[in-house]
Design a protein. Structure first.
Length: 278
């Protein structure tokens, strides 16, 4: 492996990476930060549409380079620029109190919405008006775990590449197609035209258990998840084929967004698997 370059806090490379904490710089450079061994490992393995590597630069402490030698070697072999840096420099780039010693600079990887539709998805999560980056990243991770084919972030939702969203997804950014900036009306109409039933997750809807019992969940399905505080507006609910709520059998007032999304996505995944065996 090439000897990594020692990076100081005043290095232009550090300055350029640190600027990616701001959305304007991310958009300008079409680059974002991925932190920690899991996310960096997935970034190393990921390739863009033209086969180009997603990871373009890696900052690592000496200790992390030894502990995660396989990741660092793979990054170097894939052509990424690898730099040694102090813990202080890593913390400055990652903006976390306890960085894990690996910080990658990655190319944007969102997919055109048209390509997602052309792939005839069977399970999709649509984030409409979701503003908290941690929630967005966690829902992306839930969708990945449930076997969803894609995630769509509407134009009213948080930035996919916000550092908190990337950390919360724990590498799932690199696992499934994600479209960004899609107007909710266009998302719903496109999915419906592709043969996908669109469900709005909202506390005022029909019981999810009743939907499962009725056998209506086995086909291609997209779930629309709304804002953490006020849910989905009426005009968005009206776009969906049905409005469905997660039943509360105990005394809890409600579920948070990510938990409700996990329940809905897994319910669809199970119904689809059951339907495919008959």
């Amino acid at each position: 492996m090439r000897t990594p370059e020692l990076i100081s806090p005043r290095s232009p490379r550090v300055t350029a990476a640190r600027r990616l904490a701001k959305r304007a710089f991310r958009i300008k450079e079409r680059l974002f930060i991925a932190e920690g061994p899991q996310a960096v490992r997935e970034a190393v393995a990921h390739r863009g549409p033209g086969g180009e590597p997603t990871l373009v630069e890696l900052f690592t402490t000496v200790e992390a380079a030894e502990r995660y030698a396989d990741i660092v070697d793979a990054a170097d072999n894939a052509g990424a620029r690898v730099h040694h840096a102090s813990d202080a420099v890593l913390a400055e780039i990652s903006q976390t109190v306890t960085p894990q010693g690996l910080v990658g600079v990655c190319r944007f990887l969102d997919s055109p919405f048209e390509e997602i539709l052309a792939a005839r998805p069977k399970l999709v999560a649509v984030l409409a008006h979701v503003r908290d980056p941690g929630n967005a990243g966690t829902v992306l991770r839930c969708a990945d775990a449930a076997g969803a084919d894609a995630v769509v972030l509407t134009d009213a939702s948080v930035d996919l590449y916000n550092p908190k969203a990337v950390r919360a997804s724990v590498g799932s950014h690199f696992h499934l197609p994600v479209a960004v900036g899609v107007p909710v009306e266009q998302a719903v109409q496109g999915l419906r035209d592709a043969g996908v039933r669109v469900l709005a997750a909202d506390g005022a809807g029909d019981d999810l258990d009743d939907e499962l019992d009725a056998g209506t969940m086995g086909g291609p399905t997209a779930w629309i998840f709304g804002n953490e505080a006020w849910g989905l507006p009426e005009e968005t609910r009206a776009l969906a084929d049905a409005v469905v709520r997660v039943p509360i059998h105990g005394k809890a007032e409600s579920l948070n967004l990510a938990t409700a999304a996990a329940v809905c996505l897994y319910a669809s995944a199970r119904a689809q698997r059951a339907g495919s065996t008959h």
